[in-house]
Design a protein around this ligand. Structure first.
Ligand code: TYM
Length: 337
């Protein structure tokens, strides 16, 4: 029996943060042992909003190095750069032609991001979820490990595969595309901002204190946690909807210190912030230290990262091109000589 297939990715925009690690990358690391795992750096998604061309290639390599530093093992998975496999853009176009515009217009992330861009919203931003569907469907992925915020995009990818490709061009016995499932873990799927516990931690928040980047130095991590928004209630508890910041910080402490929520709840029940915040800072610094050390080693030896990306690209391209040909054929496009 072939192993079930996993596909996921992160955009190389700005510094990756705790949300990207705990909501996504950490899960990939566990899955690579039991799944045929493909992870890409989605640089084509990164250009759907204004970006700095001088930084993109370096950020792409640094993001791949972070995958490795977080525990992705090129012997057990394929790591590649999205834009280096043309099949992603081509399948995106083919899927564009069968996806209703109204499906894209109602995407929450598009609505949120386009408000911020005013008159400058690109067609690419609207198209973002179709490119994401192409990323996933090209690999016949069974599972897509992502944070909670990507659920709607995953549903769209499923609908495109099922309703717009399989139902129209395939048959029940012979589906054209595999219909993927999201894998959203309970803990870590929605890490909240340090400055507002009702909003998710995000790379695009202009306030850098709202997030902890995976490469933040220890002093900065400690400072950000010290300044993190709290409340004035006595004692710390999980699950009180009136105390979103407390819930978030305790949840972070549980994951980063490797203790279950019950033991964190009893350890911290009588604590004040002055006692808790240094504990959280210490746990965060300790959890990120091995990642930071390995990332630096890899960035000092970029050729090694590039070799990993080349091998990953070769493996991924073979799978992607086979799927693309299948779709080209059922859409009636001329066969290449
Ligand atoms: P990006 O770069 O915005 O996010 C990458 C991953 O991090 C998760 N994430 C979070 N998880 C928990 N708490 C948070 N605060 C938080 N912020 C981000 C995201 O859910 C995501 O899993 N559109 C994708 C990139 C993509 C993709 C794909 C993913 C493109 N093609 C194919 C899977 C499969 C995204 O959100 O990138």
């Amino acid at each position: 029996m072939p192993q079930p297939r996993v596909l996921s990715g992160v955009q190389p925009t700005g510094a990756l943060h705790l949300g990207n690690w705990l909501g996504a990358i950490r899960n990939w690391v566990d899955l690579q042992d039991s799944h045929d795992t493909y992870v890409c750096v989605v640089d084509l998604h990164a250009i759907t909003v204004p970006h700095d061309p001088a930084k993109l290639a370096a950020d792409t390599r640094s993001t791949a190095a972070l995958y490795l530093a977080c525990g992705m093992d090129p012997k057990r998975c394929s790591i590649f750069v999205q834009s280096q496999i043309a099949a992603h853009s081509e399948l995106c176009w083919l899927l564009n032609c069968v996806t209703p515009l109204t499906w894209l217009e109602r995407m929450t992330q598009f609505k949120e991001k386009s408000v911020k861009q005013g008159d400058n919203v690109s067609v690419g931003l609207l198209n973002y979820p179709v490119l994401m569907a192409a990323d996933i469907l090209l690999y016949d992925a069974d599972l897509v490990p992502v944070g909670e915020d990507q659920k709607q995009h995953l549903e769209l990818a499923r609908d495109i595969a099922q309703q717009r490709v399989n139902a129209r061009f395939g048959s029940e016995k012979q589906p054209i595309l595999n219909v993927p499932k999201p894998l959203i873990l309970k803990e870590g799927a929605r890490i909240m901002s340090l400055t507002d516990g009702r909003n998710k931690m995000s790379k695009s928040d202009p306030n850098e204190s709202s997030r902890i980047a995976l490469l933040d130095p220890p002093e900065l991590i400690t400072k950000k946690i010290k300044r993190a928004k709290t409340d004035s209630e006595h004692g710390l508890e999980f699950g009180n909807p009136e105390r979103p910041e407390t819930n978030n910080l305790l949840g972070l402490y549980s994951i980063l210190s490797g203790q279950d929520r019950q033991s964190v709840a009893s350890e911290c029940a009588e604590m004040g912030w002055g006692q808790f915040k240094p504990l959280l800072a210490e746990a965060t610094v300790a959890a990120l230290k091995p990642i930071q050390i390995l990332h630096k080693e890899l960035m000092d030896n970029p050729k090694e990262v590039d070799l990993v990306l080349k091998a990953g690209r070769d493996r991924a391209a073979a799978v992607a091109n086979a799927t693309l040909n299948r779709v080209r054929q059922v859409l009636g496009l001329a066969i290449r000589a």
